[in-house]
Design a protein around this ligand. Structure first.
Ligand SMILES: Nc1ncnc2c1ncn2[C@@H]1O[C@H](COP(=O)(O)OP(=O)(O)OP(=O)(O)O)[C@@H](O)[C@H]1O
Ligand SMILES: O=P(O)(O)O[C@@H]1O[C@H]([C@H](O)CO)[C@@H](O)[C@H](O)[C@@H]1O
Length: 164
């Protein structure tokens, strides 16, 4: 039976999983984000991330964390839904929530060999890049798939349905 929720791990569980993966010489890839409305840009990023190593772990901002970053803006999907959606993707091995404004702590815990973000970021603007570099990890920026962002989708819906 398919049950993607088996991929959802606590910080303690993911820490142990990452330690074991390193002992097995598996290449751990990590990426993080809010993933409010899943779109083809996210899929491009996640598939590319998976192709860079053996195991892909996705850190997902908790609702609390999204509020800290983006203010009291209304979330489209809550953390439980966002975890379920991302965990259902074939290219994703594990998901974990984080509560802080940045993924620095969860990266310290997992110590991925490779940390991936999309082309809307530059390596020098990622506070977590220093941590990844400190233990010899690599940061990889995946080019954006043009024309897709959550903000654009929301604006399109607002325009198309303004008279409904
Ligand atoms: N079009 C895209 N192509 C490739 N990667 C993307 C694209 N859009 C977002 N990403 C990456 O996906 C991850 C999650 O991004 P996020 O949830 O902020 O999506 P978004 O569409 O950029 O949302 P928003 O419009 O609210 O900023 C980030 O690493 C981001 O760099
Ligand atoms: O979905 P987003 O807005 O791309 O995700 C954010 O990424 C930030 C980035 O890693 C720079 O630190 C991160 O700090 C934030 O917590 C969101 O995950």
């Amino acid at each position: 039976m398919w049950n993607s929720e088996r991929k959802i791990k606590t910080k303690e569980e993911i820490s142990e999983i990452a330690d074991n993966l390193r002992k097995e010489n598996k290449i751990i890839v990590f990426t993080n984000g809010c993933f409010e409305i899943l779109h083809p840009g996210h899929i491009t990023l996640l598939e590319k991330a998976k192709s860079l190593g053996d195991i892909l772990i996705v850190g997902i901002n908790s609702d609390e964390s999204v509020k800290k970053i983006k203010g009291e803006k209304k979330l489209i999907f809550d953390e439980k839904s966002r975890l379920k959606i991302i965990s259902s993707l074939e290219c994703v091995d594990y998901t974990v929530l984080f509560d802080e404004e940045t993924p620095e702590n969860i990266i310290r815990t997992i110590k991925p060999h490779i940390h991936v973000k999309g082309g809307d970021y530059k390596e020098e603007d990622l506070p977590e890049a220093k941590i990844v570099k400190s233990y010899g990890g690599k940061v990889i920026i995946v080019p954006l798939l043009e024309g897709f962002s959550t903000t654009q989708i929301i604006n399109r819906i607002l325009t198309l349905y303004k008279d409904h």
